[in-house]
Design a protein around this ligand. Structure first.
Ligand code: ADP
Ligand code: MG
Length: 364
């Protein structure tokens, strides 16, 4: 790991963290794709008031900023943890636990406690969302070339064949071992960053950090409020292009967005194909949503639901929200409407440029 020490930079309380969150939320896939997944960059800035770091892990740029308590120790520990999780869960690193499980031809492989918890959680969410979240979808993702950027449009028969290997109920865990059917491959891309956000925020709190903002490639985890005591202001990335559609004032929570604009290609037929797949048909999820933001106290839940609600579409997402606690959401439809659940009514603000988009509130 290479570290470039920067000269200490004084970060103005309150304002700078907001900009950092907004700027990174806007970065999207372009910035990600400029770096090879193996590139590790670490830029650390330390002052008396704040400690911040920017690293490349889990296939994305991660920035952390912490104030109060043992902030440097917290950042250092969080950084090590993120590299460790990357090493456990990467689908491309031959030494990762997930890679080994995917290439064991059906044999059981040993997994760590962290992986066991991630798999347990993802399987629970797969059940709860009726398979809208499916950790076994990876072979289909590969068929579209979405993992290698060798994009192609698979034929119906190929998709039908691949979908027969995606039954997540066949994933088994016993005595610290994981086994999956030989033809299946698993991928936790839809939940891993949210889970990492939870663990990172825990580390911050354990070290007495009073304010922290962790941005895992657009997944934002907030500890406390901003250092000036006001809520953090986090930009919600616009699905229409650069910039934000609006902002959310929030403290002590996770704000996680999934959208079709993050990783996609345009086929020879002129259509756009994105990286969130509908496990029902193996095609890019197309139930009328272009972006889903989930806000809640549990990062793993927010991440799982950002993907699952995108797959379900507005009506099913609304029904799911009405029958489950613990999260709020912002849905943007392809018909250019924004739906907010009532808990965000006071804290969400449309940006100047988005003023003409109608906002509707979903109530219980
Ligand atoms: P991102 O990680 O790009 O911010 P998501 O949290 O929505 O966005 O996760 C998308 C990733 O999850 C995809 O890149 C793919 O690896 C995986 N994936 C795609 N569709 C599904 C699905 N229906 N269920 C589970 N994982 C999925
Ligand atoms: Mg997700």
């Amino acid at each position: 790991m290479k570290k470039h020490k920067l000269l200490p930079v004084k970060i103005k309380h309150g304002f700078a963290p907001v900009l950092a969150a907004v700027a990174l939320l806007s970065a999207g896939c372009n910035r990600q794709s400029q770096m090879a997944p193996s590139t590790v960059q670490s830029i650390k800035t330390e002052t008396e008031e704040t400690s911040s770091v920017s690293i490349f892990a889990m296939d994305t740029i991660i920035t952390m900023e912490a104030y109060g308590g043992e902030e440097n120790a917290a950042i250092g520990e969080a950084e090590s943890l993120l590299y460790k999780l990357d090493g456990l869960w990467s689908v491309t690193d031959e030494n990762s636990e997930i890679y080994k499980a995917n290439h064991s031809q059906g044999a059981a492989t040993a997994i760590s406690e962290e992986t066991e918890q991630l798999v347990t959680f993802a399987l629970k969410m797969a059940e709860e969302t009726d398979g809208a979240l499916n950790p076994g979808i990876y072979p289909v993702l590969k068929a579209w070339g979405l993992t290698t950027k060798q994009y192609r449009i698979p034929k119906e028969a190929e998709l039908t064949d691949l979908l027969s290997y995606t039954d997540y109920r066949k994933i088994q865990m016993k005595n610290g071992d994981l086994s999956i059917p030989a033809e299946m491959e698993i991928d936790f891309g839809a939940v891993a960053k949210g889970y990492a956000g939870d663990l990172t925020a825990d580390i911050m709190r354990e070290h007495g950090v009073t304010s922290a903002i962790i941005n895992l490639g657009g997944n934002v985890s907030l500890v406390g409020s901003s250092p000036d005591g006001q809520p953090w202001t986090v930009g919600i990335r616009s699905p229409y292009g650069e910039g934000n559609i609006g902002t959310l004032e929030a403290s002590d929570c996770h704000i996680i967005t999934s959208g079709g604009y993050e990783r996609y290609f345009i086929g020879e037929d002129g259509k756009t194909y994105w990286h969130i797949l509908d496990p029902e048909n193996g095609k890019p999820a197309d139930k009328g949503l272009i972006s889903v933001t989930i806000v809640g106290k549990e990062g793993r839940l927010c991440d799982a639901l950002s993907t699952a609600m995108f797959v379900m579409g507005k009506d099913d997402a609304e029904a799911y929200w009405k029958s489950h606690e613990g999260f709020e959401m912002i849905l943007v439809t392809e018909d250019n409407e924004i739906y907010l659940t009532e808990g965000l009514e006071e804290s969400f603000r449309l940006n100047e440029a988005s003023q003409r988009i109608p906002v509707k509130v979903i109530r219980r």
